[in-house]
Design a protein around this ligand. Structure first.
Ligand SMILES: [Zn+2]
Length: 350
């Protein structure tokens, strides 16, 4: 599904840029601001098989975006300030927020130094289990399993299936198939069970992934003290909230918030929904986030921020800075709102 959306966007972004249509679309679709969504920020790697590449941008690309925004006179603000401007209807200046999901250590090592060059704030959404070192980043564990295997056996839809993973191209095909299958399983426990079996068969330590890549509580404490940094919540287990009972979903929201507050000794009032699309966060989750005391919550639905977003503060759309399109020519397309409008079929929001 992601792959499909990517190819649509790839074709469309280039066309939008070349046509110059983003200049025409800007007054209609650019809204009052944008919340950019990132995951990893780190130098490009050479490996041919990088199925999660869309989740990472190079520091230079982040820098290019920041200078583009600065040269356009767009304010780069905290989520607190975005919240204030929305509720006070203060739209005299356009704004951008930078949000990074999952709490990767590269956010501290590569994103923060670039943000600091521009005195620009960032929000990092932390899943408690990732900080605890017990989390399951199954999409990365799956990448590791496939990277190290020449073939994989999995019971896709109860049918034992052998997938060729002997070449980079075959690995990508296998990843897409397994990722699609896992993502469609009914619950987090099903993904966990299948991934645990795959990891055991292929000698991958699944929980080591979170310790390798995510900041621990001990690392988050000084990171959170940086005046440019806001820490938000991202649930405890990084589950699809819409698949949980209301009781569990509320627990994931309230307890993740309480855990971060107690570990970092600072208030946590911003949330990002794991996965964040229509299948993971809808009306029920937006209400639960409000009830759990979050001032804002961001989805992965594509869109700019409009004045009417003030009525949907726990359902804010974002603009993905996607690692597959690190071409500086698309920056004006992204900030004009043309990209997200195209993605949404030229409606302003999804
Ligand atoms: Zn996440």
């Amino acid at each position: 599904m992601k792959q499909f959306r990517n190819s649509v966007i790839r074709a469309g972004l280039g066309a939008l840029y070349l046509s110059g249509a983003h200049h025409l679309l800007r007054p209609i679709y650019s809204g009052v601001g944008a919340i950019f969504m990132l995951h990893h920020v780190r130098p490009r790697r050479d490996a041919e098989f990088q199925p999660n590449r869309h989740l990472e941008v190079a520091p230079e690309f982040l820098r290019a975006m920041l200078s583009h925004l600065r040269s356009d006179g767009i304010d780069i603000i905290t989520m607190d300030e975005a919240h204030r401007r929305l509720i006070e209807r203060d739209f005299s200046r356009r704004f951008a927020c930078f949000t990074l999901d999952d709490g990767y250590r590269d956010n501290r090592d590569f994103a923060l130094p670039v943000m600091r060059e521009f005195d620009a704030p960032l929000a990092v959404y932390v899943a408690s289990d990732f900080a605890e070192g017990t989390g399951r980043l199954w999409w990365i564990a799956l990448e590791k399993v496939i990277a190290g295997a020449s073939s994989i056996e999995a019971g896709i839809g109860e049918v034992a299936t052998r997938l060729d993973t002997s070449t980079p191209a075959a690995k990508q095909v296998a990843f897409d198939r397994l990722h699609g299958w896992l993502r469609a399983l009914p619950g987090g426990h099903d993904i966990q069970r299948e991934m645990a079996a795959l990891c055991a068969r292929h000698g991958v330590d699944e929980t080591a992934v979170s310790r390798d890549l995510c900041m621990s509580w001990g690392e988050l404490k000084p990171f959170a003290e940086d005046p440019l940094v806001t820490i938000g919540a991202h649930t405890i287990t990084h589950c699809n909230l819409a698949n949980q009972t209301e009781e569990i979903a509320s627990h994931e929201l309230a307890i993740s918030r309480a855990q971060i507050e107690s570990a970092l000794q600072r208030p946590v009032v911003h949330l990002a929904y794991p996965y964040g699309d229509r299948t993971a966060a809808g009306a029920r989750e937006f209400a639960l986030a409000r009830a759990a005391g979050f001032k804002t919550a961001v989805t992965t639905r594509p869109g700019m921020i409009f004045p009417e977003s003030a009525d949907r503060l726990t359902a804010l759309p974002r603009v993905s800075l996607n690692g597959n399109y690190q071409d500086t020519r698309i920056l004006p397309v992204l900030t004009s709102g043309a990209a997200t409008a195209m993605w949404n079929g030229f409606r302003r929001t999804a």
